[in-house]
Design a protein around this ligand. Structure first.
Ligand code: ZN
Length: 309
């Protein structure tokens, strides 16, 4: 969700951990493991999150690789539709809050917003800069690309994983897919891209947030959050059949239809709502850092998993 740089007494230990993580991240890169894969299949681009050993936890390297992949697909006139998928057993376990490749203190060339680099800043200054760029800004940027996108979801789709699925125009889920936004356990009122009331409806949004519990693909379908639920074995074929059907439509018509729905969603308050909730989100991070040792209320991937099982 965020970094703790400059926030607490754990800083020195954190620096040693950071060095170890940088080393591990360089190892990932040195082994030629792309964090995102790109493949063109006819008129459909398949973008695959590719950190399967970490359940596709989203570090900044992955964020920028997703951004580059979306840009590539938009710039290629042969591509009409984009499918976003996850390698391995799960779609995405969320933001990287503890893998060896966690890279929250690394600078990247910023793409989503014009703001200063978070690296070298302290407290809310650093968190706000980073999360506006790599989470809220990036998600909005991807939602607004002019080609239809389909999230192909199986296994876990948790917190930051929801953001990646929600920015896509359509979602096809395997029967084994499950969803959750458990960050209220950290005292945080939902992930940064706060689409919950619009994609789930207010009642289910509150249940999901208040309990932190998983909900199934079937429940997500009932709520209108996903378009299709299919057996895991049929997921790829069903998703590509839908993508191919859409790819036969005129590209400019698709771009305008997408923009039309997005604009109406924003007229229904989504964009303004997200802006206001982003402030609450950062009050929560700052409160955690002020009263405890870090902005995530001392939770990491392991303790979050333990709390939810
Ligand atoms: Zn956050």
């Amino acid at each position: 969700m965020t970094q703790a740089n400059g926030d607490g007494p754990a800083e020195d230990a954190a620096r040693n951990e950071d060095a170890a993580r940088d080393e591990a991240a360089r190892g990932e890169a040195a082994r030629g493991e792309e964090v995102v894969r790109y493949q063109a299949r006819g008129k459909v681009a398949l973008i695959t999150l590719n950190r399967p050993r970490y359940r596709n936890a989203q570090n900044s390297a992955m964020t920028y690789a997703i951004d580059a992949a979306f840009t590539r697909a938009v710039n290629d006139d042969e591509i009409a539709v984009i499918v976003l998928a996850g390698a391995g057993e799960h779609f995405c376990a969320g933001h990287d809050i503890g893998t060896p490749g966690r890279d929250i203190d690394t600078s990247f060339d910023r793409q989503a917003v014009i703001w200063w680099d978070h690296v070298g800043k302290q407290g809310a200054d650093a968190r706000y800069a980073r999360e506006m760029e790599v989470y809220l800004g990036m998600c909005r940027r991807w939602r607004e690309i002019p080609k239809p996108s389909i999230a192909m979801v199986h296994g876990a789709c948790i917190a930051g994983g929801l953001m990646l699925a929600w920015v896509c125009d359509l979602i096809v889920a395997a029967e084994d897919a499950f969803f959750a936004d458990p960050v209220v356990r950290m005292g945080i009122p939902g992930v940064e891209y706060f689409a919950h009331p619009w994609v789930l409806g207010p009642r289910l949004a509150k249940e999901v947030l208040f309990t932190g519990e998983r909900f199934t693909a079937a429940r997500a379908y009932q709520a209108g959050m996903v378009n299709r639920v299919v057996p895991r074995a049929d997921l790829e074929a069903a998703t590509f059949a839908l993508a191919d059907k859409i790819a036969a439509m005129p590209p400019f018509g698709l771009a305008l239809a997408k923009r039309a729905v997005n604009q109406c969603e924003d007229q229904m308050g989504m964009r303004a709502g997200m802006d206001s909730v982003f402030g609450l989100h950062h009050v929560a991070h700052a409160h955690n850092a002020e009263v405890g040792t870090d902005s995530l209320a001392g939770m990491d991937a392991r303790s979050m998993k333990r709390a939810s099982s």
